[in-house]
Design a protein around this ligand. Structure first.
Ligand code: ATP
Ligand code: MG
Ligand code: MG
Ligand code: MG
Length: 479
């Protein structure tokens, strides 16, 4: 089943049940807690927080999401995109747990001839919050889910809140068992790769205080009006229904992999494991880049612009590691436009602008690479002349700091030249630089709308980790 059909069926299911269809919000909303919209409920926050009356009792949407916190997973796990589409249904004081569970069940196990996704009910597992007897009872008694496929999880996985006093509530997550060849038995608590999470249902029922129920503290009250917020990953459903191996091989992402095979002359399916990761990273990141530029971000050194820059440069770098030396971004963004255009017409109408932004960034980065490469070459000669096989940490740091040369590129190029790199010394120089940045940051005045806060967070964490955004997003994680 193609992605556009999965989207259509989701919306049709909920529209038939009286939900108002609401278009995706932009990835960029005026929300100081978020760099990018990362869940379907973000645009409905004022209704959930009681700041505005909801114009409808129930709604459904397919929201564009970006989760930079997942960047290091991309290409390595089977299930994490940086850009993905979260399909959701929302109830503002209308139906609650039973309604949400019944809807999700009907859609995922409903026959394909009847507008459902046709998943085998025997392969579905669910989790509920550790003390949510009500959800467990509904799954077991109303739906008929055998008790052994219902697992309880604590608040770290199955409790939602916004990290601040306000609404909160238990979650129930729905998983599909891909089968014994994909991991160990024992349900989602044992293996999240074999058991693929497809849908999260949030039951907003509590008022939480200063202490988070996530970590065991009891909520301080009950919400006067109970709400439902759900999120189903379109790419994950497509991954399963298309019989491919991961979210990067689904119909809207795979075309980029195919184009990169043509450009590089290397094979994705029969190539090395390292190359496989590179193909997937390129396909994921170029799509995210196109969507972010589409919503008005330009590359820069702070906040959203920095995320975009990092994504685009990772595309270019990985393309080079696959042996491509020519510029690739405009070409690949064109592939994204063709794949995603039917759902996101702005990619088509705005293509000249999107392509121009991507082209300029690539040109700048290729210039960086060109200058950096000269320094790299002389560092290699120097190393060899000194009878060593190890590039110094100072040189790796200089390449990173002055030429914006990512360390993994230095490592890769050094390996090609038969050298390794003094990574310990490199990391310690990076650590010193971060300490300086931290001291700088501490002495700088803070402002609420000051996006340099993101930059500072980024500086405080090693580039490979990207924890600044993970933590920021975790604090406001929605479903
Ligand atoms: P996971 O545990 O697999 O990282 P999650 O629990 O962080 O997922 P939720 O926050 O519950 O995900 O988001 C709701 C749904 O959105 C998930 O059930 C999944 O189907 C989808 N989803 C979440 N993150 C991603 C991602 N990085 N790429 C693709 N789909 C995603
Ligand atoms: Mg996650
Ligand atoms: Mg999860
Ligand atoms: Mg989840």
């Amino acid at each position: 089943m193609q992605t556009h059909e999965i989207r259509r069926r989701f919306l049709a299911h909920f529209e038939n049940a009286g939900h108002t269809p609401v278009p995706s919000a932009s990835l960029i909303l005026d929300d100081p807690t978020l760099l990018f919209v990362n869940a379907g409920m973000v645009q409905f926050k004022p209704y959930f927080l009681g700041e505005a009356p909801p114009p409808y009792a129930t709604a459904t949407s397919i929201q564009k999401c970006v989760r930079t916190g997942d960047i290091e997973n991309v290409g390595h796990t089977t299930r994490h995109n940086t850009f993905f589409q979260m399909a959701g249904n929302f109830s503002f004081g209308d139906y609650f747990k039973e309604g949400a569970i019944r809807h999700a069940w009907a859609l995922i196990t409903g026959s394909q001839d009847d507008g459902g996704f046709g998943f085998d009910p025997e392969r579905i597992w669910v989790t509920v919050y550790e003390n949510d007897d009500e959800a467990e009872r509904i799954w077991h008694e109303v739906i008929g889910m055998p008790a052994e496929r219902i697992q309880r999880r604590d608040g770290r996985d199955n409790y939602w809140d916004m990290g601040i006093p306000g609404p909160g509530g238990p979650c129930s997550e729905i998983y599909y068992d891909r089968g014994p060849e994909y991991g160990v038995e024992g349900g989602p608590v044992a293996d999240e790769d074999r058991y693929l999470e497809i849908w999260n249902l949030v039951f907003m029922q509590d008022v939480r205080g200063d202490q988070s129920p996530k970590y065991g503290a009891a909520p301080i009250g009950e919400l006067p009006q109970k709400n439902i917020d759900t999120g189903m990953g379109i790419e994950r459903v497509a991954f399963l229904l298309q019989g491919v191996d991961n979210v990067y091989e689904t119909d809207l992402v795979r075309p980029v992999i195919d184009r990169v095979q043509e450009l590089s002359g290397r094979s994705y399916d029969d190539g090395s494991a390292e190359d496989g990761v590179r193909f997937r990273v390129i396909a994921d990141h170029v799509r995210t880049g196109a969507m972010i530029i589409g919503d008005g971000v330009v590359p820069g050194n702070e906040g959203r612009g920095y995320v975009l820059r990092r994504l685009l440069r990772r595309v270019v770098r990985n393309a080079r590691l696959l042996g491509i030396t020519e510029p690739v971004l405009v070409d690949l963004v064109g592939v994204v436009r063709d794949a995603m255009g039917p759902s996101y017409p702005e990619l088509v109408t705005d293509f000249p602008r999107i392509a121009a932004v991507a082209a300029a960034e690539e040109e700048a980065f290729l210039a960086t690479l060109a200058t950096g490469s000269r320094l790299f070459e002389s560092a290699v000669s120097e190393t060899r002349a000194g009878g060593s096989t190890q590039l110094s940490g100072e040189n790796a740091f200089l390449l990173h700091d002055t030429y914006g040369f990512p360390i993994d590129l230095t490592l890769e190029m050094a390996a090609e030249a038969g050298l390794d790199v003094d990574e310990g010394a490199f990391q310690s120089l990076m650590g010193q630089q971060r300490a300086r940045a931290k001291a700088d940051a501490a002495s700088r005045k803070q402002g609420a709308a000051d996006h340099s806060v993101y930059r500072r967070l980024l500086e405080e964490h090693p580039p490979g980790e990207f924890l600044g955004y993970t933590d920021l997003q975790a604090a406001t994680r929605i479903v």
